[in-house]
Design a protein around this ligand. Structure first.
Ligand SMILES: NC(=O)CC[C@H](N)C(=O)O
Length: 366
């Protein structure tokens, strides 16, 4: 395997061996603490523009299968591991991690002290990084890296361009796609929903015209403030249609209701983040992937209520509207990868829709 290097914005250089694509690529380097689920991580569009390092030391041992993709086209910029497995062993495995990354033009680097790298990210916060051949000069690479702006507006790349329908006989849901993980769509179709997936900039007027029973806002990459169209759309629909949002969808809902978001030092990425549901007085283990969070101090002046809290650092993990049937979570109830503790949120959303429908019917015949 070719000798490659990972160079960080602060000048730190890690030497390793290349796998996957041999192209040079930069991105924001972040760490994920999941012990499994690398296929879902690599294909989660919320990682668009990022280089991900796994803290678990052996990656690729169960290969890549045809069932666990979260999107068809992966958007991740690079993958960093301690040890990559070239001989996977699993009945579902169709190819190796390396051949999958190569086919999708994503560079990987192995032989990296990912524990050291993670400690650096934890101390300094997320940084820009570059994966390149070992032969390239450090000074030139660092120069190149420092002249590159941080990626913005990723949602435009990851959202669907045109609306499409996934038919079902149940509730009619408009799913606003900011870079949707397919797990979200899977949870809705599993519950027989008739889903219309629409682009990030679909207007409130057009959404209302579809007469949905509910609106779902998906996850997505980057800064929620890069998507002002969606914030405006949410402002217009929340008083009219039940709404449920996940991750970026949660942040957009918070912004639309007058709260603010902030970029965290190194974010949350992993499959065992404990979250307390303050209403149920229950703690769940959740799957997470986010850099931004809703600022708790800005909730007071809004009509939002804090419903869930991260137990590791007390950041906001869930909110709901005081009067409208709208609630959102920062973590991933669709899991993939990760625990399914919070899968019931999809049922809760459909229950909210049914309650609203029952109330409307009552009012109609009153
Ligand atoms: N998974 C997501 O939707 C991430 C949301 C947002 N891009 C963040 O990093 O916080």
């Amino acid at each position: 395997m070719a000798k490659r290097q990972l160079i960080l914005e602060d000048g730190t250089v890690f030497s390793g061996e290349g796998f996957g694509s041999d192209r040079k690529k930069s991105g924001e380097v972040v760490f994920n603490t999941g012990m499994t689920g690398y296929q879902e991580v690599i294909t989660d569009p919320s990682y668009c523009g990022q280089i991900v390092t796994m803290t678990y030391p052996l990656v690729g041992n169960y290969g890549i299968n045809r069932d666990d993709f979260e999107t068809v086209t992966p958007f991740i910029h690079g993958f960093v591991v301690k040890e990559v497995c070239d001989y996977p062993s699993n009945f579902r495995s169709g190819e190796t991690l390396s051949s999958y990354l190569k086919a999708n033009d994503i560079p990987g680097i192995s032989g990296i002290d990912t524990r050291k790298l993670t400690k650096i990210i934890r101390k300094h916060g997320t940084m820009k990084a570059l994966i390149a051949d070992a032969t390239e000069s450090k000074e030139e690479l660092l120069n190149e890296l420092n002249n590159q702006p941080m990626m913005t507006d990723q949602v435009k790349q990851t959202s669907t361009v045109k609306p499409y329908v996934v038919p079902g006989r149940g509730h009619r849901i408009v799913l606003v796609d900011f870079g949707m993980k397919h797990g979200i769509l899977r949870e809705l179709t599993k519950r027989n929903c008739h889903v219309t997936v629409v682009p990030y900039n679909y207007s409130a007027e057009n959404i209302i015209r579809l007469k949905p029973d509910g609106i779902m806002l998906t996850n997505g990459p980057g800064d929620p403030k890069d998507v002002p169209e969606a914030i405006e759309m949410v402002k217009e629909v929340i008083s009219k249609i039940p709404l449920f949002g996940i991750c970026l969808g949660h942040q957009l809902f918070a912004l639309a209701c007058g709260a603010d978001t902030v970029k965290m030092k190194f974010g949350h990425r992993g499959a065992n983040h404990p979250v307390k549901d303050l209403e149920m007085n229950k703690t769940y283990l959740t799957s997470q992937n986010h850099s931004y969070a809703v600022r708790p101090d800005t909730l007071e002046k809004t009509d939002l209520v804090l419903t869930q809290l991260a137990l590791n650092d007390h950041t906001v993990e869930g909110i709901k509207h005081k009067t409208y049937p709208a609630f959102t979570v920062q973590y991933h109830p669709e899991s993939s990868p990760g625990p399914e503790d919070t899968n019931h949120l999809f049922d809760n959303f459909l229950n909210v829709i049914e309650q609203v429908q029952a109330k409307n019917e009552e009012e109609m015949y009153a």
